[in-house]
Design a protein around this ligand. Sequence first.
Ligand code: BG6
Ligand code: MG
Length: 218
Amino acid sequence: MSRKGFIFDLDGVIVDTARYHYQAWRKLADTLGISFNETDNEHLKGVSRVRSLEKILDWGNVSLTQERFDELLNKKNNDYLSYIANMDEEEILPDVPRVLSYLKQNKQPIALGSASKNAKTILKEVGLLNVFDTIVDGTNVTKAKPNPEVFLIAARQLNVRPEDCIVFEDAVAGIKAANTAGMTSIGIGDPSVLSEAMYVFKDFTEIPTEFFAKLISE
Ligand code: BG6
Ligand code: MG
């Protein structure tokens, strides 16, 4: 078996937190009188906190002072933190533990590649902080997805070439980042949304163990 690098996004891939981001942004959009639905939210998945607020303001044609912008950004994060405050392993998405332990058993390096600055807090809450060989999150990157920086740093830290890395992503921006990095992109979610991914599965329960075995042996 060869040695590949498996890179996992966090929100919406490892844990069911994408819905909490959505709820917090929706609350913020409501305060500003900007309409915001789940389709709009797809454009925010994988996107940094600052860039997400800029997009919402653009959609609503609203401009704010820097002070108000920072205040709203803080408010969104505080709301989000209150939603995730009581998270436990129940929020780990189905079959993620099966996949992680299969890769570990087969000595495959695994990394987290997330835009979130809250990644470590979340991993700790759900008991996965020590599972990854390396964690690259919103505190380590300067360029947000779709820029491939986060995944390229992860590959370097795993000591695996980008073309030998496999990325799991629920966001359009994340799939673009993986493709730009020259990695194998696997979408987790709706195939019509994640059409640029090389493979798409509804969730990990749909990925048979043989699929991972094949990726490792290729
Ligand atoms: C990504 C989420 O993982 O992290 C985005 O998909 C979120 O919705 C981004 O905006 C930044 O997260 P945080 O926790 O730093 O606000
Ligand atoms: Mg995500």
